[in-house]
Design a protein around this ligand. Structure first.
Ligand code: 3H9
Length: 675
């Protein structure tokens, strides 16, 4: 097999080039090739310096994650990095694209780094539940100091080349189109300089204040995760231990994380997210429809949020409302959201104007005739939606994609209101639609393949994570929410309190429990609005105006700052209901809450798979991570069920009287996987 790494001589400079698509991951063949290349440079007396660069779209994007957990092959990354570091001739890393993880660490082992301005550099291992285990935790604090190193290590967001240069991480920014030539020239400049600068020889200064501030500022973000703290401890070790001892400490911490369930879960999600973009029966090279202008019907919270996604990506939007007041209110909210983001420095100061300049607000439904994709975002009512789609059918241009943002309704029925059901599908955004990453793409029975492929590609463009769902009530996410909510309500009647149930969910790692979520969203959502018809605990709450946070009363009482406290009135209401139903009050264990509110979701997920409403179990995990805040370190409900042990899940479901999905039972019995 030919090596993905080749060398080219430019006079006295040896250029070592990796060409391993798609992202030059540092797999065994690349590592072996690098080792051979550096050896060649060292051995050849006519060479005075080396340049290390990559072909293709990026410098090394990290270790090859697909090798993790498999028996080691070839030279280890440590060996390669040590060899570069110890080279008696200077090695210059020439960076473009994304120098990430092991790629960044390889660059740090080089003696100099040059980069094009569009490059980014970073150590995102923490997002995989890991730490940069090839010296990153020891070299970064030595090179750029604790204050700058901590966020790079423990949050993992890469820094753009310009900032990296300011931090001293990059020695020189070079021409965007002349990376190799500029790197060679730079190598010649430094070829004779001695001593060769090695980061390992520097001291890292302790900065306990920066560490304490960093821990405090990110405590919420890091809750439940093992990896951020391990990264921080390793960075501290860099300031306390000699380099080699720090490396040994890093190794131990890395291995602990690597063997743990959190990293397995986070790596699972990395691949699951990318897998979700692939549709089994739609070829990757399907010709896409052109989408130059998007239409959105409805300027409410959803319609506005949906529009912002496209505007932010530079795609013009025509937004239609029924009356001027609603239109003005909707566009006003959008502008305010943009301005708030600009004020916080999240977007450029001129971004609000740019985005709003691409918006055409109108009361004229016919203005949608120029749009290539039209998304209906009005309230959940089948008759209203059918009427809208029938109207769209008359005015939309041929080939326009017609989408509904419904979160529950039958997309086939909506499509049947048109003469072109092949152009119709669901695009279920999650609230707030400009923030939440998930997009459920609902494939109708007749949805054309190119329509599906176009919307999946567009989702990536607007930076959503898209998952294909089949038509069923609530699709993937909301369908699985239903048994959870139902059981949570029953548990109240049997003796649990809202705070007990919520605590189990928060301790599990969810951002909030079912009742906190209900209070936030509005207890009155979907309520029949007849205060005299009281059939459930929720009806009773709504009848008393306990509509949630907005009324400072829901399942909890709230102060003006929306801090919750348990509500004595809610306890009374629950007690009244229990007595009316003649249910005895009993002690409910946390284990029962987990089984009835979380295992039931897994069971529903298994049914979704059996019915072919999701393509694969990992798609369900992606939905829950990106749409509902399921803790990523637990890998989504289906992955988590495997880590719990499917036998245990099935036994608990049976113990509490649930009908267990056949596929779940079969996987538990055979020791297999949910697929
Ligand atoms: C590490 O380095 C540990 C070290 O400290 C050493 C310890 C000893 N490995 O995302 P895309 C695949 S840990 C294997 O769609 P983009 C990816 O699955 C690593 N495969 O493209 C996909 O495959 P497919 C630290 C990888 O342009 C294809 O490449 N590094 C890897 O949107 C295209 O990827 C990271 O965490 C990999 N490392 O984004 C960086 N990376 O086509 C992880 C990608 O079959 N990578 N693939 O679905 C990324 O963040 C993005 O892929 C990147 C490109 C920004 C590079």
């Amino acid at each position: 097999m030919t090596s993905p790494v080749r060398t080219e001589r430019h006079g006295d400079v040896l250029v070592i080039i990796s060409d391993s698509p798609p992202v030059n991951a540092l797999g065994a063949a690349v590592r072996d090739g690098l080792e051979a290349g550096v050896k060649e440079g060292i051995a050849d007396a006519s060479i005075t310096a080396m340049v290390l660069r990559c072909d293709g779209r990026t410098f090394f994007a990290g270790a090859d994650i697909t090798e993790f957990g498999k028996p080691p092959k070839g030279a280890s990354l440590h060996e390669v990095i040590d060899m570069i570091d110890a080279s008696p001739k200077p090695v210059v890393a020439a960076i473009h694209g994304t120098a990430l993880g092991g790629g960044c660490e390889t660059a740090l082992a080089c003696h100099y780094r040059v980069a094009v301005p569009s490059a980014v550099i970073g150590t995102p291992e923490v997002k995989l539940g890991l730490l940069p285990g090839a010296g990153g935790t020891q070299r970064l604090p030595r090179l750029i100091g604790m204050r700058a190193a901590l966020p790079m290590l423990a949050i993992g967001d890469p820094v753009p080349a310009k900032k990296a240069a300011d931090l001293g991480l990059i020695d020189r920014l070079v021409g965007e189109d002349s990376l190799e030539a500029d790197a060679i020239a730079f190598a010649r400049e430094v070829a004779a300089k001695r001593p060769i600068p090695r980061i390992r020889d520097k001291d890292a200064k302790a900065d306990p204040e920066a560490v304490a501030e960093f821990r405090k500022a990110n405590a919420r973000k890091f809750r439940g995760f093992d990896a951020p703290e391990a990264n921080i401890r390793c960075a501290e070790a860099a300031t306390e231990l000699p380099f080699d001892e720090g490396m040994a400490f890093e190794r131990t911490e890395f291995m602990k994380l690597m063997m743990g369930v959190q990293s397995a879960a986070q790596r699972h999600i990395f691949f699951a997210e990318r897998q979700a973009a692939k549709i089994d029966d739609v070829p990757a090279d399907t010709k896409l429809r052109t989408v130059n202008r998007v239409g959105v019907i409805g300027a409410g919270t959803m319609g506005g949020g949906i529009s912002m996604n496209f505007l932010s990506a530079g795609i013009p939007v025509t937004i239609v409302e029924m009356n001027q007041e609603a239109l003005d209110r909707g566009t006003g909210v959008m502008r305010k959201n943009y301005e708030a983001s600009a004020a916080k420095g999240r977007i450029k100061p001129d971004a609000p104007e740019k985005a709003m300049g691409l918006l055409t607000p109108t009361l004229d439904f016919d203005a949608l005739k120029d749009c290539d994709l039209i998304i209906e975002a009005v309230y959940e009512n089948m008759d209203v939606k059918k009427e809208i789609f029938a109207r769209l059918d008359k005015i939309a241009k041929p080939g326009a994609i017609l989408a509904s943002n419904t979160s529950y309704l039958d997309v086939n029925e909506i499509a049947a209101a048109t003469s072109r059901p092949e152009d119709v599908l669901g695009m279920h955004f999650f609230s707030p639609a400009n923030v939440m990453k998930l997009l459920e793409v609902v494939r109708g029975d007749k949805t054309a393949k190119d329509v599906l492929a176009t919307v999946m590609a567009l989702a990536k463009k607007i930076r959503k994570v898209a998952v294909v769902a089949g038509v069923c009530h609530g699709f993937i996410g909301n369908r699985m929410l239903a048994p959870r909510q139902q059981e949570a309500n029953k548990l109240l009647m049997e003796g649990a309190t809202p705070q007990q149930i919520d605590k189990v969910h928060v301790d599990f790692g969810m951002p909030m429990g079912p009742f906190q979520m209900s209070d936030l969203a509005g207890v009155d959502i979907g309520w029949h609005r007849d205060p005299n018809r009281i059939e459930t605990i929720r009806d009773a709450l709504c009848a008393e105006g306990r509509w949630g946070q907005k009324k400072q009363a829901g399942f909890y009482d709230y102060d003006e700052k929306r801090n919750p406290t348990p509500s004595p009135r809610v306890a009374e209401i629950i007690e009244e209901f229990r007595q009316k139903s003649n249910l005895p009050k009993r002690e409910i264990t946390d284990e029962e809450i987990v089984a009835r509110t979380l295992y039931t979701m897994v069971n529903e997920g298994a049914l979704i798979l059996e019915e072919g409403k999701a393509q694969r179990a990992s798609d369900i995990d992606v939905v829950w991570i990106y749409g509902y805040g399921w803790p990523v370190y637990r890998g989504g409900p289906m992955f988590w069920a495997q880590t719990e042990g499917l036998k245990k899940v099935v036994a608990a479901l049976e113990k509490y009287g649930f009908k267990v999905a056949e596929s779940l039972k079969a996987a538990a019995e055979s020791g297999g996987q949910l697929k």
